[in-house]
Design a protein around this ligand. Structure first.
Ligand code: NAD
Length: 460
């Protein structure tokens, strides 16, 4: 972007932002544009076609074959295609955009859309590094925009019922939560050699703010997820969904300590992010452990998937639907191994019979544990909530600030993994405590000209 094009964009954006600060009438249709027609971008188009109060009028992708497919898939002859999102943002008929581009673009696409007066649905993980989330919240507030993040699983009925069960105190004191996401994709996705980008891909615009690197197929379509320049691996990819549910159910702002270890141990491909990672998060009043395996699904063990909330009186297992498993009330002395009995002065066993602390129960809607799909369409719920909030100007259920906080937790885990030590975090001040090297990892440089664009729109 040259200085003059940036000025043009910004001037147009400022005017547009002002003109959209109005409440839509009940009969007004919402003009929506889509950024990124990939795995999830296509799903969004599929979903939005079913809403009868929107017009699908813009499609943007840096890869021409996908742009053409996307336009065709939208099925609206009046829709326009854009290979450069800045041109799409200039279209004042587009009031709202769905950002389904790779993670390294989420922040800037959102901030620039807010500045151009568009409301935004941005995919998870919301950010690549911590400060991006602060900038996105700042932009949403400064330009008065409705920004939703794509952590749709939070809408699940099981999630809402689980929160009520935990709030009611039924499980006693919930002191720990255990998350696991195991699968087996051994030996991995193979290797891709550096070479020329495929015809029709604007690789420089695909890279955007990320560092310049020679093109390699795995560094682009879909597989960008396994490279640090563009993503945080499964910790942010799946963690964004799972940790979001935990943080919402347990009603917490953020962890105070995070420790993580792992690495690329088993897969024989060119990915960089861990194929095995364990993380421990200390939240107020409870700990969270999150275990990721890419080369063993621990078949037969339900604990390899889903979430477990462990209380003093029972556990709640959540995997779409939920189940409450009672703990047994026992006399603690009866839990001491009997062997030949204690000699004089030792604890004395009692005749108290074990009995369950609470009654078992079940609820929610059964669905696939890892993808949270099957029983209910949480993505459509999230999309609908966003559209409703565009009309009412109320904050959506998966709001930008929520997405930021969850991304902070995930990003702290990756920072700990890469530094090889625990990180202490102040969730109120949103700062790393007592570790300059870790604090420096909260921000990464954007490649020119995107660094200047960013600085012109938000306080960095
Ligand atoms: N909410 C969910 O359940 C869910 C599921 C899958 C993926 N996602 C998220 O969606 C995002 C995209 O993932 P994907 O699997 O669809 O990736 P993908 O690679 O299949 O698609 C991304 C598309 O964005 C395009 N693109 C890249 N830079 C662009 C730019 N500057 N302007 C316009 N288009 C650009 C690419 O050409 C590509 O077609 C990721 O952040 C991922 O985490 C969310």
């Amino acid at each position: 972007m040259t200085d003059s094009t940036r000025r043009t964009f910004l001037t147009a954006g400022a005017l547009t932002a002002a003109s959209y600060n109005r409440v839509l009438g009940a009969n007004d249709r919402i003009g929506v544009g889509f950024l990124g027609f990939g795995l999830i971008g296509k799903q969004h188009v599929f979903d939005f076609k079913k809403f009868d109060d929107v017009d699908l009028i813009g499609m943007c992708d840096t890869y021409q074959p996908r742009l053409e497919q996307g336009l065709q898939y939208m099925g609206n002859p009046r829709a326009k295609g854009y290979s450069d999102f800045r041109r799409m943002y200039e279209d004042k008929d587009i009031q709202a955009v769905v950002v389904a581009t790779p993670d390294h673009w989420h922040a800037l696409h959102t901030i620039m859309a807010c500045a151009a007066g568009k409301d935004v649905y941005v995919e998870k993980p919301m950010t690549l590094f911590i400060d991006e989330g602060k900038w996105m919240v700042q932009a949403a507030r400064k330009f008065n925009r409705i920004v939703t993040v794509g952590t749709q699983r939070r809408h699940g009925r099981g999630v809402h019922e689980a929160r009520k069960v935990i709030e009611s105190g039924t499980l006693g004191k919930v002191h720990s939560v255990r998350l696991a996401s195991y699968r087996n994709i051994h030996p991995g996705f193979g290797r891709s050699a550096p070479g020329d980008p495929p015809p029709g891909l604007d690789y420089d615009l695909w890279l955007g703010p990320a560092p310049k690197r020679p093109y390699q197929a795995h560094r682009a379509i879909y597989h960008f997820r396994w490279f640090w320049d563009y993503s945080g691996g499964q910790m942010t990819n799946l963690g964004a969904h799972l940790i979001d549910q935990v943080m919402w159910i347990m009603n917490v702002k953020g962890p105070s300590v995070v420790h993580s270890t792992g690495g690329r141990f088993a897969l024989e491909d060119d990915g960089e992010t861990p194929d095995l990672q364990d993380a421990l998060f200390v939240f107020p009043g409870f700990t969270l452990t999150f275990s990721i395996r890419e080369a063993n699904a621990l078949r037969g063990d339900p604990a390899a998937r889903g979430q477990a909330y462990l209380g003093t009186k029972g556990s709640l297992i959540l995997s779409g639907g939920y189940e409450v498993l009672p703990e047994m009330k026992i006399d603690p002395v009866n839990d001491i191994p009997p062997f030949q009995g204690h000699p004089a002065g030792g604890p004395v066993r009692s005749d108290t019979k074990p009995e369950p602390w609470i009654a078992p129960s079940k609820g929610g809607v059964a669905s696939d544990a890892r993808y949270g799909t099957g029983g209910e369409d949480t993505m459509a719920m999230n999309e609908r909530d966003w559209l409703d909030c565009i009309r009412t100007r109320k904050r959506p259920f998966c709001e930008v600030e929520d997405g930021h906080r969850v991304a902070v937790a995930c990003n702290l885990a990756n920072m700990s993994l890469r530094l090889g030590r625990s990180i202490r975090w102040d969730p109120e001040k949103e700062t790393v405590i007592g570790d300059r090297e870790a604090a420096a990892l909260c921000v990464r440089p954007y490649r020119a000209p995107w660094d200047a664009v960013l600085r012109s729109l938000v306080k960095v």
